[in-house]
Each structure stands twice: as C-alpha cells, then as structure tokens.
Write a protein that binds this ligand. Structure first.
Ligand SMILES: [Zn+2]
Length: 521
C-alpha cells in the first residue's frame, strides 16, 4: 500500500477565511479522496498558523488577548471546513504545546549542526509582511507588497545559515523536474536560487519587540520567526521525531498558493536538509481567484464567502466549479455568472438530464430493474470504449493535478451518452417491442453512468454518493465507493442485472439568474 500525505498551508488567522483558503482546502480534499480511491493509505493535514506581530495587532484591534483571538478565528476555520465537506485527518494549531516542543527540538538540532549564529542586524522591516527587506528588494524605498515605508530596525538576532544549502537545493530542483510544479513555479524558484540572490534567514525576534511566539531553546530572550515555526507544522503534525506516523507518511506533498512559494520552495527544504531530514515529495502551487479582474481583498470589497456560495448554489456544484474552472497553477476568474453557467450547462443540462432521463426510462420499461444486456452492437462497443478511455484519462490527468482536463475528459462521455440516447431512441424500441435491443441500450447507459459517478466522488462526494445510490449501489457513508479506481477503467461492467435503481433523479436543478444584477465597478 502506498502512503500519501498531503498538506494545505496552515492559514494565518489574522483574518476570516475566504475563497482562496477554500480553494486550497477543497483541492487538497479532492486529491486525498482521489488517492483513497486508488487504495492509498492517506493522511490529510490542515490547520492554522497563530503566532507573530500581525496576530498581536489584530487581537489588540478587536480588544482581545492574542490567545482568545486565535481560538476564535481557528474555530471559524474548523467550522468552515466541516461545512465544505472537508475530511481532514488532523487540524493542527501552532499554539498547541506539542507543536511548540517540536519546533524547539528542531531549532536545537539545527543549532547543534552549527547552522544558527548570532549576529548584528539592521534591516527594513515591514510589519505587514513580518519580514525584513534588503535595500535591493524595496521598490522606491517601499515594501513591494504593501506599498508602505518599512521601519529601519537594528538589533541583534539569530540567523539560519540558509545560504550554505542553496547550491545543494538549486541542483536538487534542477535534477527533479516536478519537485515544484507546475513548471512556471519551478522556474521562479530557480530564479530565487541564482547564486548570491539570497542571504541567511533571520529566525528570531527579540522579546522586547514581540512575545507572541515560540521561545528559542538556546536563548530565552528571543522567540522564533513565525515562518520558521509555521513550516515545521508539516512534521510536528506527524509527531516527529518519535511518532510512527512520521515514518509512515513522510515525505509528503504540499499544496500552496503562489504568494508563499519562497518559504516553501527555499526556506523549508533548506531547513529539512539542515535537520538531516528528507525533503518533501512535491510542492504543488496554484494561482489566484480574480474577482472583477483583481485579487480578492478587503479594501476592494470583492471578497467571496465560500459558505454563502455553497449554501446558495449547492456544495457539490460549488466544489465542481472550483476544480473545473481553474487550470491548476494559473489564475482564474470567479463570478456568480460563470458559476451559474457551469451549473446549468455541465451539471443540470448534461449530467443531471442524463440521470433523470435514463432512470425514468428504466422505471417505465423495466420496472426500475437493471436489464440483462443482449449482444453489443458497434455503437455500444464505441460507447463502452469511450467510457473506459475517459476514465483512464481522468485518473491520469487528475493524478497530475490537471483537474479541469480530467473533468473535461469525463464530460466527453457524459455528452456522448446524451447523444447515444437521442440516436438509439429507447422510446421507439419500446414501442416496437424490441426488448432485447432496449435492454442492451439501457444497460450500456447505466454502466457508463456508474463509472462517471465513481470518478466524481473526489470532487463532489455528496452528489456522487447520491448518484451511486440511485444506481443501486449500497450506501457506503463517508468511505470511498471503490478502492481500486484504476481497475474500473479495464472492463465495462456496471450494476448487475436485476439491481433496483431509483425511479427518478433531480440532482442539479437549473438556476435562473436574475437579469441585470447591478455590478459595482
Ligand atoms: Zn509588506
């Protein structure tokens, strides 16, 4: 059995969860479910990042203590994931005592390896980014992210000898083509690793300036830099160094948005190498959702509330849209119009219509029992072949994080099945009393529908479960409907003849959009 460990970023709790967080987590959930269907031993981790200046500031603004503040926001994330059908195995919080101990063990190990030194430091500090900028990195003296003037701070701090590991890391990335994927982010990471582009990493903050952090094990006057603490969550959640989960699941896979490429592509592998640990398997990087042509932000007022979307349009439809609409790695546009268009075209018109037609015909012609097929004609063989081929493509493409193409491949079959109904005209066969031919046509349809419904489980577990139950599969609860998805692409066998199927289906009702909804510009 292969093990498969996948993480989302741990989300910074200085603000409410939004569409970007929901996308990362829904993608991760779908990928883990896909691996469950391949029969892998999976572990799915998400959580919250709870230390640093920004948290203290946000807590003060809300008139709370940092602990009370992080408890509240972290709980909000956990309840959001429950509402979005996320089945994580572990939710880690960086304020857990267990995580703090692991960070200290890790720091001590890197210190013992001679990779931490104490030095004087002066730098341009952006409170928004919680990091120092070099003169070179500033744009007209301003933080390139926030367009604000950083404060010049000079103090003594601890440094991680990151530069020592950069030549190794650069050749590692060069030798492992898909270590960072898609390709454009690998290229970006390699550009960061160009000789001399990066300095050692400042990993401490004096307690005189910040107390909300994990104390350094070798100097009680300092706390750990929030990124150094946060990245370690990926192994502290597995109980490193002693727990057997670490041996069982590491190295794992990470999924992140493109704004946090650097800490994951540069800091983290160097940290792991220094601590004598194997690096992760892959870093999978996705783009942004643009709303009215801009990245979502509070100031622009274009924040999309994921729970509201799933309540209004259905969780399955919302999850489907996110995976279908964005090409993984690139930016995509979010709008309610686009969401409704996808629901009506793909889900209601193509998929829902197929289920509703075929089930009501099976009820009418065969008393809702799957009929025994007779001889397959050429057109039946063609559909069977197309269906198996699209299932194989789905497995290959989804496994390679190409969710849009994987779904498009499935929909080729869905659309072909609707055409097959129109061409085979079961209602005519029924009128003519050609029961043998009618039985074959209905059997082909029900079989192909079952294969399609199986593939949809990772993306929309609720709708997939309903479809499979309508097709007479026994209820499986939250377990994957099969644990050898690959084998489903080998033979065209469906629900056994005699199985009782549902008499009707109305999975994705059409949505009528109110016309001329005024748009803020
Ligand atoms: Zn900044």
């Amino acid at each position: 059995m292969n093990s498969f460990f996948l993480t989302t970023p741990i989300y910074y709790v200085n603000a409410r969860p939004h569409l970007g967080h929901a996308y990362s987590t829904i993608v991760a959930d779908s990928v883990v479910r896909f691996h469950k269907m391949l029969g892998d031993d999976t572990f799915f981790l998400t959580g919250t990042d709870e230390h640093g200046d920004k948290i203290v500031q946000a807590a003060e603004k809300g008139g709370r203590s940092p602990q009370k503040f992080v408890d509240e926001i972290s709980a909000r994330f956990q309840s959001l994931w429950a509402q979005l059908g996320i089945a994580n195995d572990r939710f880690i919080r960086t304020t857990e005592p267990g995580h703090k101990r692991v960070v200290q063990t890790f720091l001590q190990r890197v210190h013992d390896a001679g990779d931490i030194y104490f030095g004087a430091f002066g730098g341009h500090y952006c409170y928004g980014c919680e990091r120092f900028y070099t003169e070179k990195e500033l744009e007209n003296g301003l933080c390139p992210q926030h367009r604000t003037r950083p404060e010049f701070i000079s103090e003594k701090n601890y440094f991680f000898r990151m530069s020592k590991y950069l030549p190794w890391l650069k050749s590692y990335v060069e030798e492992h083509e898909d270590f960072i994927r898609p390709r454009r982010y690998r290229a970006e990471a390699l550009a960061m690793l160009e000789a001399g582009a990066l300095e050692d990493l400042c990993i401490s903050r004096p307690k005189t300036r910040l107390q909300w952090g994990i104390e350094l094990p070798f100097d009680k006057d300092y706390v750990c830099y929030v990124w150094f603490d946060a990245l370690i969550n990926y192994i502290s959640a597995l109980g490193w160094p002693d727990d057997q989960n670490f041996a069982r699941y590491w190295p794992g896979e990470h999924l992140v948005a493109k704004d946090i490429l650097k800490p994951h592509a540069v800091f983290w592998p160097a940290m792991l190498k220094s601590a004598g640990l194997p690096v992760y398997g892959h870093l999978n990087v996705h783009g942004y959702w643009l709303v009215r042509e801009a990245k979502m932000s509070k100031t622009l007022g274009n924040i999309i509330e994921p729970v509201e979307m799933s309540r209004r349009f259905g969780l399955s439809a919302f999850r489907y849209f996110l995976l279908r609409e964005m090409r993984f790695g690139e930016d995509a546009r979010f709008s309610e119009e686009a969401l409704v268009k996808r629901i009506n075209a793909d889900l209601s018109n193509d998929l829902g219509n197929l289920f509703s037609r075929v089930l009501s015909m099976t009820a009418k012609y065969f008393g809702s029992r799957v009929p025994e097929p007779s001889v397959f004609l050429q057109e039946d063989e063609a559909i069977a072949e197309l269906c198996l081929h699209s299932l194989q493509n789905f497995v290959r493409l989804f496994g390679g994080m190409r969710f849009d193409a994987a779904l498009e491949s499935l929909w080729e079959t869905v659309r072909a099945l609707n055409k097959y109904v129109d061409r085979q005209t079961p209602w005519m066969l029924y009128k003519q009393g050609d029961t043998a031919r009618l039985a074959t046509v209905m059997y082909v349809l029900l079989t192909a529908m079952r294969k399609t419904a199986l593939c949809l489980w990772p993306i929309m577990p609720d709708a997939s479960r309903q479809m499979l139950e309508q097709l007479g599969s026994p209820a499986v609860g939250n377990a994957p409907p099969v644990t050898a998805l690959g084998e489903e692409g080998i033979s065209f066998d469906g629900p056994s003849p005699g199985t009782i199927v549902a008499a009707a289906s109305n999975l994705f009702p059409r949505i009528e959009m109110k016309k001329d909804t005024p748009q803020k510009t």
